[in-house]
Design a binder for this molecule. Sequence first.
Ligand code: ATP
Ligand code: MG
Ligand code: FE
Length: 347
Amino acid sequence: MRVLGLETSCDETGIALYDSKQGLLAHRVYSQIALHAEYGGVVPELASRDHVRKALPLIREVLHEAGLTLAELDGVAYTSGPGLVGALLVGACLGRSLAWALDLPAIGVHHMEGHLLAPMLEDNPPAFPFIALLVSGGHTQLVQVDGIGRYTLLGESLDDAAGEAFDKAAKMMGLPYPGGPALSALATLGDEKRFKFPRPMTDRPGLDFSFSGLKTRVRTTILECAVDGVLAEQDKADISACFQAAVVDTLAIKCKRAMQQTGINRLIIAGGVGANKRLREKLRTTAEALGGAVFYPRPELCTDNGAMIAYAGTQRLLAGEHSDLAVSVVPRWPMTSLTPVDCVAVN
Ligand code: ATP
Ligand code: MG
Ligand code: FE
């Protein structure tokens, strides 16, 4: 089965073609980062309009790259939530209408299920069950995954998501938007032992997270170090290194706890923060110390993309699921409410 995947939940237009026998045929991502940079965050109305501009040209590019025509598709998958309602509606209207015009089944995909299944697009995908650490701009969750649609939420952030904390800490230091990648690049030049940052909520049982206190710690450290309101480059690098180490350690401690608690030693990392090298390395050693292994998508499939939506949609379409003719999106949608399906395609 050959499926076109459309991702438009936030500020990336992601389009991909996935084949259940041949794997990923082509994928393209257009990021709106430059568009939103001057506002320091995503402006929802601008995001929707830019998806309108970019989606069709990207579909043409992806079909061209795969050497296929629309007539050779077997289904269409689009992100139907969670996300920005206007942005979601662009992908849902386009995907649903395209499928109707081509007389194909369409499926609305849960964005976080897409992130969670992205490691399945790589060689040597993890077998079920596994523990998933979902770390993105809007979510920080630990999930026990017993199969597609079989999700148990083990813990989540009570306030900021990990990616959001990275972005806000970076913004406080005046780093370029979006802050996560900029902060982690600067962290490589810093001394992560200079300041003692907390590892929030690790001194008590449970698998929930909280990152807002760490953000406050960054703010007070900036105030302590700044001279006449100006922060030296080395101070920025040291704060970045200490902040990153604190987030990574906290995530690793909770992942270890989740693996010990469930007896499952396969761990996957997904979502934009999963592109962070320090986190990938730390979780690899954490899982290996427990006799397990860690799995993650290539960095470009950690952040938003159409490939993960095409993959998740294919699994659900193959299981006989499809959406009705209405164009509907679900801006808030708990992943645990999804229906279980049997995994048919391997990669
Ligand atoms: P959600 O998936 O929860 O709806 P989103 O789609 O906006 O949110 P993603 O695209 O998955 O989030 O990830 C974007 C986030 O990942 C941003 O917060 C960004 O700063 C962060 N990020 C990307 N690369 C890195 C990195 N190398 N280190 C730390 N954070 C990173
Ligand atoms: Mg994004
Ligand atoms: Fe995302």
